[in-house]
Write a protein that binds this ligand. Structure first.
Ligand code: GUN
Length: 294
C-alpha cells in the first residue's frame, strides 16, 4: 500500500479563499472589516517568520492586520498594558501573542489577560474549559486544522481508535479533546508512555505532535491508518544544509498508512488558514451576527 498524501497547502488555500469571500460580505453587508492583532516580543527567528506570514495572509484575505513588536526586555506590565488596549479596541477582533515569550514574562498571565472572545489562539483557560465541556469557545488553530483534514478524509470518525503523541497545551491536549468530541476512542501518549510501538499500532488515526524528529517509526503504523504529522523539526544534512522533517518516519509510514500529511506542506499551512477563519468567527460573534455562508 502507498498512502495518499494529504495536501495541506491546497486545503489551506481553499479555506483562505472562503475567508476572503466572507470578508467581502462582512464589509459590504455589515460594514465590518475583521482585524487581527499579532504581538511579537523579541527576535526569535522562527517566530519572526511566523508573524511575517500571518500578517501577509491576513492582508491578502482583505482583513486588517495590526502588528505590534516589542523589545525582548519589555516588562510584563507593558505587555499586559498592550493586551488591555487591544481588548478594548473595537477594530481588533482577534489577538494573538506569539509564543514562546521571554523567560521573565509569565506566559499564563499574558494569555489570561486576553479577552476570551478575542483569543483566536484558543489558549485562554475559559476557551480550553469550553472545549473540554462541549461549549462554543475559540478553538486552537493547529488542532482544528488537524481535525478538518481528518474529517475531510474520513467523514464520521465515531468509534475509531485515535492515538495522540504529545501532551502540549497548544496541540496535544486540544487535539485529543477534539477527537473525543468526534466520538473517537482517544489515547494520549507522551514521553513516559511504555511500549509506544504497541500503542501506535492499534490506532486508526495517529496524530504526532511531540517535536522529536522521526520518533514514530513507520513500521509501527497499522495498515490503513491515517497519519497527521504536526512535527516541524529542522535537521542538518550531511552537506551541512538543513531540511525540515516531521515526528513520523515518513517513507516507511507511507507504506502502511492509507493517508499521511507530509512535512512541510501538511499541517503547517493549515494553522494560518484556520487562524484567519477564527478571526472571522470572532468578528461575527462580537457583532452578534451569523457567519456569512460562501
Ligand atoms: N508559537 C508556536 N505556535 C503558536 C501558535 O499557534 N500560537 C501562538 N500564539 N504562538 C505559537
Amino acid at each position: 500500500m502507498t498512502a495518499d498524501v494529504i495536501d495541506g497547502k491546497a486545503f489551506a488555500a481553499k479555506i483562505k479563499l472562503d475567508v476572503a469571500k466572507q470578508v467581502v460580505i462582512l464589509k459590504e453587508q455589515h460594514g465590518i472589516v475583521p482585524g487581527l492583532a499579532v504581538v511579537l516580543v523579541g527576535e526569535d527567528p522562527a517566530s519572526q517568520v511566523y508573524v511575517r506570514n500571518k500578517n501577509k495572509s491576513t492582508k491578502e484575505a482583505g482583513m486588517n492586520s495590526f502588528e505590534h513588536r516589542m523589545l525582548p526586555d519589555v516588562s510584563e506590565a507593558e505587555l499586559l498594558d498592550l493586551v488591555k488596549k487591544l481588548n478594548e479596541d473595537p477594530a481588533v477582533h482577534g489577538i494573538l501573542v506569539q509564543l514562546p515569550l521571554p523567560k521573565h514574562i509569565n506566559e499564563a498571565a499574558v494569555i489570561d489577560a486576553i479577552s476570551p472572545d478575542k483569543d483566536v489562539d484558543g489558549f485562554h483557560v475559559i476557551n480550553s474549559g469550553l472545549l473540554a465541556t462541549g461549549g462554543q469557545g475559540m478553538v486552537p488553530c493547529t488542532p482544528q486544522g488537524c481535525i478538518m483534514m481528518l474529517k475531510d478524509r474520513l467523514g464520521d470518525m465515531s468509534g475509531l481508535e485515535a492515538v495522540v503523541i504529545g501532551r502540549s497545551n497548544i496541540v496535544g491536549k486540544p487535539v485529543a479533546q477534539l477527537l473525543l468530541n468526534e466520538n473517537c476512542t482517544v489515547t494520549m501518549a507522551h514521553s513516559r508512555t511504555r511500549d509506544l510501538a504497541t500503542v501506535v499500532g492499534r490506532a486508526d488515526i495517529v496524530v504526532a505532535a511531540v517535536g522529536v524528529p522521526e520518533l514514530v517509526k513507520g513500521s509501527w503504523i497499522k495498515d490503513g491508518a491515517t497519519v497527521i504529522d504536526v512535527g516541524v523539526n529542522r535537521i542538518e544534512k550531511a552537506d551541512g544544509k538543513t531540511r525540515l522533517i516531521g515526528d513520523v518516519e515518513y517513507d516507511e509510514a507511507a507504506k502502511h498508512a492509507s493517508a499521511i500529511t507530509p512535512v512541510p506542506g501538511g499541517v503547517g499551512p493549515m494553522t494560518i488558514a484556520v487562524l484567519l477563519k477564527s478571526t472571522i468567527v470572532a468578528a461575527c460573534r462580537q457583532a452578534g451576527i451569523e457567519e456569512p455562508e460562501v
